[in-house]
Design a protein around this ligand. Structure first.
Ligand SMILES: [Zn+2]
Length: 122
């Protein structure tokens, strides 16, 4: 924290909490002097339906950090097997780039979608 005594005499604080503590709190979203490193990781909110205690379906929302979601997506993508044809190895050795088939991209997208549908709110 920057002490108020170190600040110009006309310092009025940049947020209520800074004025109250007479120093910059450096809290992200509050103090204008908060460092970029204090920025919280973005969250993605995923919804789902679960049975509530009364037995009725209930909408459940869960906020997941982007890094956690990326780990789930990567795990789902790695569950998809890719089959290379007999000429693929020679093409790769020659430095050619290859695209997956449309069916393989669909399988990868479906694996991610199923993971989100099944574990979205858990
Ligand atoms: Zn401040």
């Amino acid at each position: 924290m920057t002490r108020f005594d170190d600040l110009p005499a006309d310092f009025d604080g940049c947020a209520r909490s800074c004025r109250k503590t007479r120093s910059h709190t450096l809290l992200w979203g509050d103090c204008a002097h908060a460092p970029e490193s204090a920025r919280p990781e973005p969250l993605v909110t995923i919804g789902g339906v679960q049975s509530a205690a009364d037995g009725h379906p209930s909408i459940v929302l869960r906020s997941v950090p982007v890094s956690e979601l990326a780990e789930r997506i990567e795990k789902a993508l790695r569950s998809v097997q890719i089959t290379l044809g007999p000429k693929s190895l020679a093409l790769l050795e020659d430095g050619h780039q290859m695209h997956l088939t449309g069916g393989e991209y669909s399988a990868m997208a479906l694996a991610v979608a199923m993971d989100l549908a099944e574990g979205g709110a858990s």
